[in-house]
Write a protein that binds this ligand. Structure first.
Ligand SMILES: [Zn+2]
Length: 243
């Protein structure tokens, strides 16, 4: 066993025994790790506060060489996100972010950019959460290798006419008029929603512009459908999200 240090976001915890907990953590250095926190349920334990859901903490853990859970030996709070305690839509959005990280990533598959994006999302959530969550989803998709094809038809590779675009989750991207018929899950994509998807996928801050109610609804439904297709099931928190 070797001792490792990491910066970690608490995604999920489960009671394990009288006094212990198992925590699923999203770390910047190692990706997702699952650790056993002995004494993690005792009131005055070192871990008690640091293992609250969606807390950012500095941890030390002993990495098991073969199978079994890693063992958490230290956890100290670095940051909490107080807005999540007062804004219910922000809290639901944060739970959704945690669910995607817990269920969409593999153990020990680090993605520092996705870690940073998750933190930026938790810091900025509040009020209208739709665009911030959509940006997070797009970064998650890119980091995990599932960026939707947006610059050409995902069916034939041909050029896209913005006014005739559709989005097909099973096609992994936009579809031209000729190809959409072959995908039963294809749904029409309005030109403004199409442009917003490209802004979300591009580097920079163009996605932070104003989103109409229609664009919010379209993007929410489309990303939800795509992520459901990729995960093979609908994320539990999806129905709690506003657009
Ligand atoms: Zn096509």
């Amino acid at each position: 066993m070797s001792a490792e240090k990491a910066t970690a976001l608490v995604l999920r915890t489960t009671d394990w025994s009288e006094s212990s907990r198992i925590a699923t953590l999203w770390t910047r250095e190692f990706g997702k790790v699952r650790v056993l926190a002995k004494g993690g349920r005792r009131l005055k334990s070192n871990f008690e506060n640091a293992l609250d859901l969606l807390t950012l903490c500095g941890i030390v853990f002993l990495r098991k060489s073969s199978g079994g859970l890693d063992l958490l030996t230290e956890a100290q709070v670095i940051q909490r996100f107080p807005r999540l305690r007062t804004d219910l839509s922000a809290l639901y959005a944060a739970y959704y972010v945690a669910e995607l990280l817990a269920d969409g990533t593999q153990d020990y598959d680090p993605h520092p950019l996705l870690f940073d994006e998750a933190l930026a999302t938790l810091r900025e959530l509040g009020g209208e959460c739709g665009p911030r969550v959509a940006r997070f989803e797009m970064v998650l998709l890119r980091e995990l290798g599932y960026s939707p094809v947006l610059d050409r038809c995902a069916g034939c590779g041909g050029e896209m006419n913005e006014t005739e675009a559709a989005f097909g989750a099973s096609a992994n991207g936009v579809l031209c008029r000729n190809c959409r018929g072959g995908h039963r899950d294809a749904r029409p994509l309005s030109p403004p929603a199409y442009r917003t998807l490209r802004d979300l996928a591009a580097p920079g801050d163009d996605w932070r512009g104003t989103w109409s109610v229609e664009v919010r609804a379209d993007v929410r439904q489309l990303l939800g459908q795509y992520i459901t297709h990729l995960l093979g099931r609908r994320p539990r928190m999806l129905s709690y999200l506003g657009s």
